[in-house]
Ligand binder design. Structure first.
Ligand code: 13P
Ligand code: SF4
Length: 309
């Protein structure tokens, strides 16, 4: 494995490639990345990079967002099948009908969707700026929020809005078991529960902190507490533990998991170190977006990045 890591490091330098990785990637991939972050941080890095090639170690919508921000650059993804259940839950044709049925509404979409959906949006948001983006729309203007109904419900509860929600969700965050979580908390009453807003309302209610992956890591870092139950994808524990080596991190249990290990995103885990290397050697698979879609999809992304500065 060390040999492969060295080869990747040498080759990415030779090819002036930047490797951007999400916190849910396997530790060995995070270790060879130039930047590891949440969706917003990764978009911001993609926007400012001067590399010739962006190798995106994450899922398709993340690499596609990087491509939209860098139409002239080559953007490669180790496994093109690394999708996202949220993005899949929102097919363009059905979403078009949905927006037509609410034609007086502003359309805000969570970044976990395809370029086609972004092209039908007025604004894009991520989990770390959703409240801010929604609040940038005057209160009297009706809003459609898609595709994540859990994030949408959470933002509705925070802002007092009644956004119309698309019925999509993340299979990983919906797998957390409230009963097992309560039992775990009883066994460890000195812990603090933290979660990602893609989780269901009953999980969010138990949490002392709700935020993006980067937000959760920051919270654990600055908190005076020593023990945390972490309700998001298991990959986050690698970076989080590096940041707080003396604190205890307990993964939240999912419904089907008897070992009490945290849920894993099967899409994120399709990327492997070997595939990262092959992708760098072959400069493929490459992300492509039609010019027509790209032109429209870039507008709401740029608006989001401007509002997030
Ligand atoms: P973050 O932007 O918080 O990293 O979330 C991305 C994601 O896919 C969560 O499931
Ligand atoms: Fe999509 Fe859920 Fe995986 Fe995040 S964890 S990439 S929302 S399927």
């Amino acid at each position: 494995m060390e040999d492969l890591k060295q080869k990747i490091t040498a080759l990415k330098k030779e090819k002036n490639t930047v490797i951007l990785a999400h916190y849910y990637q396997d530790p060995e991939i995070q270790e060879i990345a130039d930047y590891v972050g949440d969706s917003l941080g990764l978009s911001q890095e993609a926007e400012k990079t001067d590399a010739d090639i962006i190798l995106f170690a994450g899922v398709h919508f993340m690499a596609e967002t990087a491509k939209l921000l860098n139409p002239q650059k080559k953007v490669i993804l180790p496994d093109l099948k690394a999708g996202c259940s949220l993005a899949d839950s929102c097919p363009p044709d059905a979403f078009k009908e949905f927006t037509k049925a609410h034609s007086d509404h502003i359309v805000i979409t969570y970044v976990n969707c395809s370029a086609e959906i972004k092209a039908m949006s007025d604004l894009v948001c991520t989990s770390s700026n959703a409240e801010k983006i929604v609040n940038s729309v005057p209160e009297n203007v009706p809003v459609i929020f898609a595709p994540d109904k859990n994030l949408g419900n959470y933002i509705n509860s925070k802002t007092g809005r009644k956004m119309v929600l698309w019925d999509g969700s993340c299979i990983v965050h919906e797998a957390f078991s409230i009963d097992k979580l309560r039992t775990l908390y009883k066994e460890h009453p000195d812990t603090v529960i933290i979660t990602h807003p893609e989780s269901e309302a009953h999980i969010l209610k138990t949490a002392s902190y709700i935020g993006s992956t980067a937000g959760m890591i920051n919270y654990v870092k600055q908190s005076a507490k020593q023990k945390f139950i972490v309700a998001t994808e298991a990959g986050i524990l690698f970076k989080m533990q590096q940041e707080v080596p003396d604190k205890a991190l307990i993964p939240a249990p999912s419904v089907e998991d008897n070992t009490c290990a945290c849920s894993e995103c099967a899409y994120m885990k399709l990327n492997t170190l070997q595939k990262v290397y092959d992708c760098l050697v072959n400069e493929s698979p490459e992300i492509t977006v039609s010019e027509e879609v790209a032109k429209k999809a870039l507008i709401p992304i740029k608006r989001m990045l401007k509002l997030s500065k």
